[in-house]
Design a protein around this ligand. Structure first.
Ligand code: ATP
Ligand code: MG
Length: 386
């Protein structure tokens, strides 16, 4: 028997003239994620995408497709001929084989208007046939143990389960954004949330070797890899940050170092973003979460960026962010205890209400040397494709 995964898209269906562009992009993203499933063939049908594949590949295929943004639900269906005898026979068999069910319901949808039986009549007819053929079973239209869907099109799709997916828009339809990715809990979630709105994510990680170890870097690589299941391929820039960071710590007032360091991260990330054609920066900041994420702190960080800075977690509590991190599978990696460059030189009394004018003044002593150092950092960044 032929097996397919039926893919239902949500918001895309609302798009007007551009709808085909969104559907093609979604189909392409599904094809990419199914690279590891050789039997899979992706095609578009009216209002849906379907994936043909071998039965033994269904589980793997479903688990991959469920993570692709732009999809509201998927079902594993079998494909049968759009012939009433064949439909009856298969529906009876499916109910007969279902384990531990006492009640059932048929939901039939006639998409192909050349099929001679209308949807309500088809429901009634199949219900009767099943009642007559299967013992110990009744119809329950409201809370059936088994709701058997019969979708009659050129071919007929029969299934009984809807697996919910993450919704959103196909990655790539909203342009590219550069995520400042640390090894923490928040930034992978921030990247996930923007990818959900169709943003293709590239990632920038600031690495301060030897203050931050190779294992800390590996942790970020691992996080990007997990994210790529949702975001598609991710290009990760590992930026050597030691020189810049050391100069800041050496020459700037102690309580301002965190914000100044963040301002240089933004400047470097913006250069990389522009080289990559990215149109926004993304961070995992959340208002008030730490000393540098006050309104003034965020303002001082923002002030150096020309590109818009997206902070999708701005209004989230930590516990809400943790919940998403657990759901998407980044949490366990994020809490591995390797050092982050921001936590190494944390001042005892960080500035919580920095003034941009003061930041500028403090940066004067380093700004000239930083021009070259920032260029070197960008030039020597290691690029890892995940
Ligand atoms: P996270 O859990 O994402 O690390 P956090 O709560 O630890 O966030 P901070 O360490 O203050 O917060 O960092 C705020 C944001 O700055 C991060 O979400 C991330 O976007 C960016 N950032 C911090 N450190 C780095 C780094 N080493 N490389 C790249 N981006 C970083
Ligand atoms: Mg952090």
């Amino acid at each position: 028997m032929e097996h397919v995964i039926l893919v239902r898209y949500g918001e895309i269906a609302l798009k007007g003239l551009n709808r085909n562009y969104f559907i093609d992009l979604l189909a392409k993203n599904i094809r990419n994620t199914l690279g590891c499933v050789p039997s899979a063939k992706v095609k578009k049908i009216q209002g849906r995408i379907i994936v043909n594949l071998e039965e033994s590949d269904v589980e793997l295929g479903m688990s991959r497709i469920q993570k692709v943004f732009g999809i509201v639900s998927v079902s594993h269906a079998v494909v049968i001929a759009s012939d009433i005898d064949v439909i009856e026979e298969n529906a009876i068999q499916r109910v007969r084989e279902a384990k531990d069910i006492k009640t059932f319901k048929i939901t039939a949808k006639r998409g192909d208007k050349t099929f001679p039986i209308k949807s309500p009549d088809l429901c009634a007819r199949l219900g009767e046939k099943i009642l007559a053929a299967v013992d110990g079973i009744t119809v329950d239209l409201h809370h059936p143990d088994l709701n058997l869907w019969i979708e009659v099109r050129e071919q007929t799709y029969m299934y009984h389960e809807f697996l919910p997916c993450n919704g959103g828009l196909p990655v790539g339809c909203s342009g590219k954004g550069a995520l400042l990715l640390s090894g923490g809990i928040d930034s992978p979630v921030a990247g996930y949330m923007m990818a959900k709105r169709g943003v293709e994510v590239i990632a920038v990680y600031f690495h301060s070797f030897p203050f931050t170890s190779d294992r800390a870097k590996q942790k970020v690589v691992d996080l990007a890899k997990i994210m790529s299941q949702y975001c598609g391929k991710i290009k990760l820039y590992v930026v050597p940050f030691t020189e810049v960071q050391t100069k800041i710590v050496e020459l700037c007032p102690d309580k301002q170092t965190t914000i100044i360091m963040r301002r240089y991260m933004m400047r470097i990330a913006e250069t990389i973003a522009k080289n990559e054609g990215a149109k926004a920066l993304i961070t995992g900041e959340s208002l008030g979460q730490v000393a540098s994420q006050t309104m003034e702190g965020l303002g001082a960080t923002n002030a150096v960026a020309e590109l818009p800075v997206f902070r999708p977690l701005i209004g989230f509590d930590k516990s809400e962010i943790v919940k998403i991190a657990q759901d998407i599978g980044t949490f366990e990696t994020s809490i591995l205890p390797y050092e982050d460059c921001c936590t190494i030189f944390v001042p005892k009394h960080p500035e919580t209400k920095p003034k941009i004018s003061e930041m500028k003044r403090s940066e004067e002593v380093i700004s000239e040397m930083m021009v070259g150092m920032m260029a070197t950092a960008v030039e020597n960044a290691e690029v890892i494709k995940l």
